[in-house]
Unconditional design. Structure first.
Length: 381
């Protein structure tokens, strides 16, 4: 089995881009990744990509060049980007290809995601009572978690304040104005206990990664960042995930717990070995719950961790160093790829004033409907 390296990365800044289509953002990101990787489009042997609102990702082909490349469109909810990375990783690790592109882009309208229940095998009444509206579902989920594990509303606000602070340091972020915890806490209530600035927004952006075999990476002199492991898992029995129509009396593990365990085992590392992490934070509560599900702390420990600045840049485990979804927004096709992009910059030592000093192992986890998680672990080689 081949080792896999990330040799090129490119990102179109996230936010709102009038006059540009989602496809434009994806093409721009792809060209940046090729330039960064020191290869031409003709050198890319396989591609995987996704977009939720901007058409099929393979629409980049006429713009990049019709070379006959294998391109597979990927669709896996908000974990589409993580799924594209895993697909490219498998293709190279299996020895089928020496180079592969993972690309994602989107351009969403303003407003919360509110999908059709039929797409997820759910009855229409589930949407009629508002539970397909993600702001409501995640608010109810974190409300229960706060009750069970002693998490305060101020901790939710501190997560968002950290996101805005990190976003202010990040060129590809959308929200680049710092906001303190009091301002977040006192902003308009959207879905109790989550206020306006505790949520991310659907946004616009594009990210592309070039992956390569060890042989190709060495040939190009780009063996700086190795993709140690990648894993995806779907929801197991008795888990409580987005769009779950009920809560089981017997609580099971979650898709994130399963994906994290598989990635740690495949990489041969433990959670305490991770130096920097990008985890799903579509709202403040998601980051808090995923801290525990990814094995970084026990349920309830987040209250003290966050109060003590453990997850801030300079802390014990910096999380979402580019501001995460809260500061960058969430273009579905690009979101999971953005996490890997940020981790590559961190491991290269190119993250400027948000750099985590001495980072050697970087972790990303993206979560998608109807309850799946994609994890990738990168190593500075």
């Amino acid at each position: 089995m081949n080792d896999v390296y990330v040799i090129g990365v490119g990102a179109h800044p996230f936010g709102r881009h009038d006059g540009k289509t989602g496809l434009d953002l994806g093409v721009d990101a792809t060209r940046l990744a090729l330039e960064d990787g020191g290869i031409e489009w003709n050198d890319v042997q396989a591609a995987f990509g996704g977009s939720s609102a901007s058409g099929n990702a393979d629409a980049v082909l006429p713009r990049m060049g019709l070379t006959g490349i294998q391109f597979i469109n990927v669709s896996n909810g908000c974990a589409t980007g993580g799924s594209s990375v895993l697909s490219a990783y498998w293709a190279i690790k299996a020895g089928e290809f020496d180079t592969a592109l993972a690309v994602g882009f989107d351009k969403h309208p303003r407003g919360s995601f509110n999908p059709d229940p039929d797409r997820y095998g759910l009855p229409q009444w589930y949407g009629q009572i508002g539970m397909m509206l993600t702001t409501q579902f995640f608010a109810m989920k974190i409300q229960r978690y706060m009750h069970d594990h002693g998490i305060s509303a101020r901790t939710l606000a501190r997560v968002a304040a950290k996101a805005f602070e990190n976003g202010a340091r990040t060129p590809h972020a959308w929200r680049r104005t710092p906001m303190d915890a009091d301002a977040v806490l006192n902003s308009r209530m959207i879905s109790d206990p989550l206020t306006q600035y505790m949520f991310c927004s659907p946004s616009e952006g594009g990210v592309a990664l070039i992956l390569a075999s060890e042989k190709k990476a060495r040939e190009l002199g780009r063996t700086h960042v190795k993709l140690r492991a990648a894993a995806i898992r779907t929801r197991p029995e008795n888990s409580f995930e987005v769009f779950s129509p009920s809560l089981s009396v017997e609580r099971g593990e979650t898709s994130t717990v399963l994906a994290a365990r598989a990635a740690y085992e495949n990489a041969g590392v433990d959670p305490e070995d991770i130096d920097v992490a990008q985890i799903q934070d579509t709202e403040s509560g998601a980051e808090i719950m995923h801290m525990a599900e990814n094995g970084f702390c026990r349920d309830g420990e987040q209250e003290q961790w966050i109060a003590d600045g453990y997850t801030a840049i300079g802390g014990q485990l910096p999380i979402n160093t580019d501001g995460g979804c809260i500061a960058c927004g969430e273009p579905i096709g690009a979101s999971g790829l953005r996490q890997v992009y940020e981790n590559v910059l961190q491991l290269r030592g190119k993250a400027d004033n948000r750099q985590v000093e001495g980072a050697r192992l970087a972790y990303s986890q993206v979560y998608g409907a109807p309850g799946l998680s994609a994890v990738a672990i990168l190593e500075r080689a």
